[in-house]
Design a protein around this ligand. Structure first.
Ligand code: KG4
Ligand code: ZN
Length: 335
């Protein structure tokens, strides 16, 4: 049995986890500097990088300890680390730490794409998952549709042409004065609002599988300025309905074209209550399995990075100790 330590520091979460090749999570520790960013309307890269420097060692120790491993010389087979995409200063902290651990324990380094990590989250909760799977990967920086033939074998079949879905949530929340991250408060507010009080355009109604969210965000701001009487809850409800409608419309189109055993959602926006419900309905309609991960597995964590690393280890695709981080590393470039 192979066991991998995963390290994730691409944004505001400092995370470490231990996972084995049967996709069992032995430990998963996540520390976030989110409270330091709340008032700035987004993650401040400088603050995030500094926070990783102080938390990385305690977080790795906690992950090893809670997996029952010797902190000095753990019985692990490799160290997997996120090498991009993400904030460069944050990525470099995790990468440098992972190199030091790999060197001192004399095990291979595995450099993982953060988005590939997200694709492994459903597998960690359903280890006997049937392939192929269509995954809607929706986070603060990315929105894409991915056709997965098996673990680590994927093809990007649709992508946002401008903002990511999470970015639209964060921008609308900032405009409503709800702080960062914007997804959770908008999701909560939307539950108390009337979506029909504001008609918003649904973007990207064409046949392709791409997305666009910048027009929706601008339409919300324009409508809100024109009608200052509108309640925030109604604005949130109308925005959420339009955003989820665009996501599910494209997912439906992909399900019509691709013969799959399951459909999955991954990334921070997969925590959204309306999206989760819509994807479960869609899966029932198409007779496929819905993989809707727990909230902790939707947002950034290191178990998904360790899992992606395990698939690299199995293939013999090892990282190099002179590897650098790439803040713009595209999932399409991961084979
Ligand atoms: O995957 P993630 O943790 O970090 C990135 O890799 O970007 O995603 C964070 C994003 C943020 O934009 C946040 O507002 C959004 O996920 N998010 C949500 C919800 N919870 C988090 N968006 C909509 N509804 C939610 N409940
Ligand atoms: Zn993420």
């Amino acid at each position: 049995m192979s066991v991998v330590l995963g390290i994730e520091t691409s944004c505001d979460e400092t995370a470490a986890a231990v996972v084995d090749d049967r996709w069992r999570v032995h430990s998963s520790v996540v520390e976030s500097s989110i409270d330091q960013h709340h008032h700035f309307g987004g993650v401040v890269p400088e603050l995030a990088g500094r926070a990783h420097v102080t938390t990385i060692v305690p977080v790795v120790r906690a992950a090893l300890e809670s997996a029952g491993l010797d902190v000095g010389h753990p019985a692990i087979d490799a160290v997997a680390v996120t090498a991009g995409p993400g904030l460069i200063g944050s990525l470099l902290v995790g990468l440098a730490a992972a190199k030091a651990y790999a060197l001192s324990w004399d095990v291979p380094l595995l450099t993982v794409n953060h988005l590939e990590g997200h694709l492994f989250a459903p597998l960690l909760e359903t280890p006997d998952l049937a392939w192929p799977v269509l995954t809607l990967l929706v986070s603060g920086g990315h929105t894409m549709l991915v056709y997965q033939r098996g673990p680590g074998v994927h093809e990007v079949i649709g992508e946002t042409i401008d903002d990511a879905a999470g970015e639209a949530y964060d921008k609308v929340a900032r405009w409503l004065g709800l702080g960062y991250p914007g997804g959770p408060p908008i999701d909560r507010l939307a539950g108390a609002g009337d979506a029909s009080s504001l008609v918003l355009p649904v973007s990207m109604t064409g046949e392709d599988l791409d997305f666009s969210f910048s027009g929706l965000k601008s339409a919300v701001v324009r409508a809100g300025e024109k009608r200052p009487d509108l309640a925030h809850a109604d604005i949130a409800a109308a925005f959420q309905r339009a955003a989820v409608e665009q996501l599910t419309r494209k997912l439906r189109r992909a399900l019509e074209r691709y013969d799959v055993a399951g459909v999955a959602i991954a990334g921070g926006v997969a925590a959204n209550s309306a999206l989760r419900a819509a994807v479960i309905d869609l899966a029932t309609e198409f007779g496929v399995v819905a993989h809707v991960p727990s909230l902790a597995m939707c947002t950034d964590n290191a178990a998904m990075i360790a899992a992606a690393g395990l698939s690299h280890l199995t293939r013999g695709s090892l990282g190099r100790l002179d590897a650098s981080a790439d803040p713009n590393w595209s999932l399409a470039d991961v084979s």
